[in-house]
Design a protein around this ligand. Structure first.
Ligand code: DX5
Ligand code: ZN
Length: 220
C-alpha cells in the first residue's frame, strides 16, 4: 500500500562536509535526503538554498527531499528545479492564496509536490490540496515547531496522521521532528510512512542501525 521511506535530515550533518555526509547516510540505508530550506523569516533560522542543492546534486543521484520553510515558496520553484531538487514541499501557511499555481509550477519543473503544516494548523486545511488535477503527492505533518533540529516530538500530532491515513490509504505521509527509536512507533502506528530523522540518526554511534530500526517500524 505505502512504501517505507527513511529520510535523514541533513540539517544535523556537518555542512562543511555535505557531500560525504550525504554519501555516508546513503551507505547507511537512507532512501531520501531531507533538505531543510529556511529563509530566516518564515522560521527564525537560516539554512541553505538552491546553490547548495546544486552543489550537492553534482555529488549524488539521491532523491533530494526539499522542505521549504520560507515565506514566498513560489520564488524558489525555478531555482530549485534547475538546481536538481527532487521533491518540493511547501508550507500551507505560506501559500493559502496561491497553492494551485505553486503545485502546477512544481510539477512543470519535474519535482514532486508536497504540502506541510505546522503543529497549530488543522489537518482540514490541506484537504483541498489532495484532490483534483493540482493535487499534491505528499503531506508533511510537522511534529515540532519548524526551525530547528533536536526538539521534542509532539505525540498529539498523530491524530492528524491517523485522520489523513484513513482518508488516503496510499498517500505519502511524512513526519518531521523528534523522530527516533523512542517515538517511531507512535508515528508509524498512526500511519506515517516517510520518516525524517535528524539528531537521532546523526547523533547515533551506528546510524545504519537506527535507519534499519525506523524502517522496520513502518507498516507497509
Ligand atoms: C525542523 C526541520 C527538521 C529537523 C528535524 O524544522 O524541519 O527536518 O531537521 O530534526 P530532528 O530529527 O533532530 O528533530
Ligand atoms: Zn524538515
Amino acid at each position: 500500500m505505502v512504501k517505507a521511506i527513511i529520510a535523514p535530515s541533513m540539517l544535523s550533518s556537518d555542512f562543511a562536509h555535505l557531500a560525504s555526509e550525504a554519501e555516508r547516510m546513503l551507505n547507511c540505508g537512507a532512501d531520501w535526503l531531507h533538505m531543510d530550506i529556511m529563509d530566516g523569516h518564515f522560521v527564525p533560522n537560516l539554512t541553505l538554498g538552491a546553490p547548495i542543492i546544486e552543489s550537492l546534486r553534482k555529488h549524488t543521484k539521491a532523491y533530494l527531499d526539499c522542505h521549504l520553510m520560507v515565506t514566498n515558496p513560489l520564488d524558489y520553484v525555478e531555482p530549485l528545479g534547475k538546481a536538481g531538487a527532487s521533491g518540493f514541499t511547501f508550507h500551507i501557511e505560506a501559500s493559502r492564496d496561491n497553492w494551485q499555481e505553486l503545485v502546477q509550477r512544481i510539477k512543470s519543473k519535474g519535482m514532486k509536490p508536497g504540502v506541510s503544516l505546522k503543529p497549530g494548523t488543522p489537518i482540514e486545511e490541506v484537504y483541498p490540496l489532495l484532490d483534483g488535477e493540482n493535487a499534491v503527492e505528499l503531506v508533511l505533518v510537522m511534529t515540532v515547531e519548524p526551525g530547528f533540529g533536536g526538539q521534542k516530538f509532539m505525540p498529539e500530532m498523530m491524530d492528524k496522521v491517523r485522520t489523513l491515513r484513513k482518508k488516503y490509504p496510499s498517500l505519502d505521509i511524512e513526519v518531521d521532528g523528534g523522530l527516533g527509536p523512542s517515538t517511531i512507533e507512535a508515528a508509524t502506528s498512526a500511519g506515517a510512512n516517510c520518516i525524517v530523522a535528524g539528531s537521532s540518526v546523526f547523533g547515533a554511534p551506528d546510524p545504519a542501525q537506527v535507519i534499519t530500526l525506523l524502517r522496520g517500524s513502518v507498516e507497509e
